[in-house]
Every structure is written in C-alpha cells, then in structure tokens.
Design a binder for this molecule. Structure first.
Ligand code: ZN
Length: 239
C-alpha cells in the first residue's frame, strides 16, 4: 500500500481574523476547511499560516510535505524571501504546489512563472461556469462536463502566465469574460496546479466540486519516485 500523501495547507489567514462575515463562512479558516476535506480523503494534512515563525514552513515541515496548497491575498509582500526561496527549491526537487485564487499574485507563484501573473477582475458575486476542457486528466476525475459556482469573483483574460503545460478548466462568467481557471505546469521535478475559484466572501471551499478538484490536484501533484537526477560531466558507461 502506498503511504498517504502528506499535504500542508498554507493560508495567510488574515481575512478570517479581520472580517466577521468571512470568519462565519470559515470558522476554522480557509485552510481549516480545505484541510478537513483532504483528511477525509485519507491524506495526512497539516496547516501553516503566515504569522507562525517562518510562516509555518520550516525546513522540516517542507521536507515532510509532498504537496503544498497556497491561499494568500492581502499579505503577499509579508512572505519573506527566505521562505519563497525555500518553497521554490522544494518544488524544483519534486514537491507539488497547488496555488488557489488570489495566490496568482503570490511571490512564490510569480517566481515560478516568471511573468506578472496579472489578470482582470470584478467583485459582483456573479455566476461562474467552470468547463472541463481536458476530460481525461486526473484533476477532472469525477466531474461532469461543467460545474457552476453560484457566486464568484470574476477573473478574466488576459491572464499573464506562460502557456500552461495542460489546461484542465476554462471558466465563463455571467458578465461574458472567460478565464483559464485550471492550469498545470512543471518546474524541475515538481508539478504546479493553479485553480482560480475561491474568493473569500463566498463559501466556495465548502462546495463539493471545488473540494474534489483540490483533492484530485493533490493526488496528481504528489511527487513520483523517479530516477535521481545527475548533472555535469559523467564517465562513459561500459560498452
Ligand atoms: Zn478574491
């Protein structure tokens, strides 16, 4: 039996402390809601937040993390260089990274993408229809042709990211915009998945399809026991 996937759910955890309406939606924080679902899926889950020492992402926590889930919004600039460097190094080594919603502007995502990661947005609570455009992909497992988020923040193209290795979801919004809402990337030995639904004032991380996507993504992004990478000059093998 393969051991359970070890997930760390990271949240800046500021909105929930400042805004009682958001705290009502997420009494245990956004990280708490996501962690509870992943635990129910049999994963080994810990949480980490910005205000903990080293943002909760110590060397030992990251060494024991197969997949890191990232939610941030108003405090991206408070994430230290040292931790961004550390997370990037772990991704290149093979740790999976799932970046959610406003995490498109996180320092770690921008570092790994190398572009501005900017986009259009509108906060009106409009309907979002998330289309599965790669139905054979493991992240789409168990989903229908599309699902809807009844009230969402609009994120629209142009989304300034490098072309994804695989695009799994495209969203349509009531206002007419579209958005590449589920994007897969490889960096080094690591896999990265960006998933856009998740505005903090709507109960999006309680919605079954959304939680299913995050769990599917954690399974997809978990490291593979591949060959050890060797660079530089190598002796000729025996002929
Ligand atoms: Zn938002």
């Amino acid at each position: 039996m393969t051991p359970p996937i070890r997930v760390t759910v990271w949240n800046e955890y500021r909105h929930e402390k400042k805004n009682p309406k958001i705290a009502e939606i997420y009494p245990e924080g956004i990280h708490g809601a996501i962690a509870a679902h992943l635990r129910a899926q049999g994963m080994t889950v810990r949480t980490a937040t910005l205000d903990e020492p080293e943002h909760g992402l110590t060397e030992s926590v990251l060494a024991e993390t197969d997949v890191l889930v990232w939610w941030g919004h108003i405090a991206h600039n408070e994430v230290s260089n040292e931790i961004v460097d550390r997370v990037q190094a772990r991704v290149l080594e093979g740790m999976g990274l799932i970046v959610l919603h406003s995490g498109h502007f996180s320092r770690i995502f921008k570092r790994l993408m190398g572009t501005s990661c900017d986009l259009k947005w509108r906060e009106m609570g409009e309907k979002e229809r998330v289309w599965v455009v790669e139905p054979g992909h493991p992240i789409a497992e168990g989903l229908d042709t599309y699902f809807e988020v009844p009230q969402s923040e609009m994120y629209g193209e142009r989304f300034d990211i490098p072309a994804p290795d695989t695009l799994v979801f495209v969203s349509w919004f009531q206002g007419g915009e579209i958005f590449r809402s589920g994007c897969c990337f490889h960096r080094g030995s690591g896999k990265i998945f960006y998933f856009s639904p998740g505005h903090e004032t709507h109960p999006i991380y309680h919605q079954p399809e959304i939680l299913r996507v995050i769990a599917n993504a954690a399974r997809w992004a978990a490291p593979v026991a591949g060959p050890k990478i060797r660079f530089g000059n190598v002796p000729q093998p025996m002929l």
